[in-house]
Design a protein around this ligand. Structure first.
Ligand SMILES: NC(=O)c1ccc[n+]([C@@H]2O[C@H](COP(=O)([O-])OP(=O)(O)OC[C@H]3O[C@@H](n4cnc5c(N)ncnc54)[C@H](OP(=O)(O)O)[C@@H]3O)[C@@H](O)[C@H]2O)c1
Length: 262
């Protein structure tokens, strides 16, 4: 791990499952003192139980709903004046289906979590990182960030926000010793699909394991990247980037309509 030297501290949001859990695990293995954030306390307790004896790092948790000001404050309180060497801003969720049938409160919460909480937490950790001249902010975006995706319209737009925000931030931070990197995975085996209302649907597309997302992140930081793509679907969206935006948007709409009919 190129950033910080033990005992360094790391914040991981959305650590109660999936990709966030894998980041927490990897950071503990690398000797970090991890602060794990999510809403489900039972899961967070399981994370602590599983990682505590593994070391060499440590893990503690904060129960917080990051769509709420009180949740963001709980997170801030847990960080206190302590330095954070690595912030993994990963908590997020999506939804599937036509917007006119969506729960508008849930869509708005998605924007709060996937966009506003990322900005808020970055503002918390960055001044101290810049003052010290080192640190890394890792924003988990998505392969869905590159284009509008009908029937996942809010989600894809929130992930585009994360990608653009991080790319701009990386440039702002140039020369400070602090890094920002956007991680853009294609489909990954996690609870994401179930949370988005896709049930156990896995589709014909290849899924990546969570460990691959984490490995690619460390590799991207080592290589000085501001963005890493993970998995074959992410590679495919890269091919589509030079196309006029309307074309991949139509293709995405077609694929989602077919999925809904199944
Ligand atoms: N899986 C994929 O195919 C995929 C692909 C590309 C990008 N991503 C991105 O990867 C990130 C992690 O997702 P995942 O795939 O690991 O899904 P996941 O297994 O559903 O994990 C989502 C995490 O976010 C937390 N979370 C959800 N709502 C929250 C809230 N209001 N406040 C605090 N924490 C909250 C969840 O914990 P609690 O429920 O305990 O709060 C959980 O720990 C997301 O940003 C997602 O957009 C996923």
């Amino acid at each position: 791990m190129p950033i910080g030297s033990p005992p360094a501290a790391a914040l991981v949001t959305g650590a109660s499952s999936g990709i966030g859990w894998a980041y927490a695990e990897s950071l503990v293995q690398r000797g970090y003192e991890v602060i794990a954030v999510a809403r489900r306390e039972k899961r967070l307790r399981e994370l602590v139980a599983e990682l505590t004896d593994r070391g060499p790092g440590t893990v503690r948790y904060v129960v917080a709903d990051l769509t709420k000001a009180s949740g963001l404050q709980a997170c801030r309180d847990a960080l206190g004046p302590n330095r954070v060497d690595v912030a993994v801003l990963n908590a997020g969720f999506g939804s599937l289906g036509p917007l006119i049938e969506a729960d508008r409160r849930r869509e708005a919460d998605m924007v709060r979590l996937n966009c506003a909480a990322v900005v808020d937490l970055a503002c918390d950790v960055l001044p101290e990182m810049v003052g010290r001249g080192r640190g890394a902010v890792i924003v988990v975006s998505s392969a869905a960030a590159d284009q509008p995706i009908p029937f996942m319209s809010t989600y894809a737009a929130t992930k585009a926000f994360g990608l653009h925000f991080t790319a701009a931030l990386a440039e702002e931070l140039r020369g400070t010793g602090v890094r920002a990197i956007a991680v853009c995975p294609g489909p990954v085996h996690t609870e994401f699909g179930a949370a988005a209302g896709a049930g156990s649907y896995q589709g014909p597309v290849p899924f990546s394991p969570v460990e691959r997302v984490v490995e690619r992140t460390w590799e991207g930081l080592r290589r000085g990247r501001v963005r890493v793509d993970v998995g074959p679907v992410a590679a495919l969206t890269r091919v589509g980037r030079p196309l006029p935006r309307a074309l991949p948007t139509r293709v995405a709409a077609y694929l989602h309509r077919r999925r809904e009919r199944r």
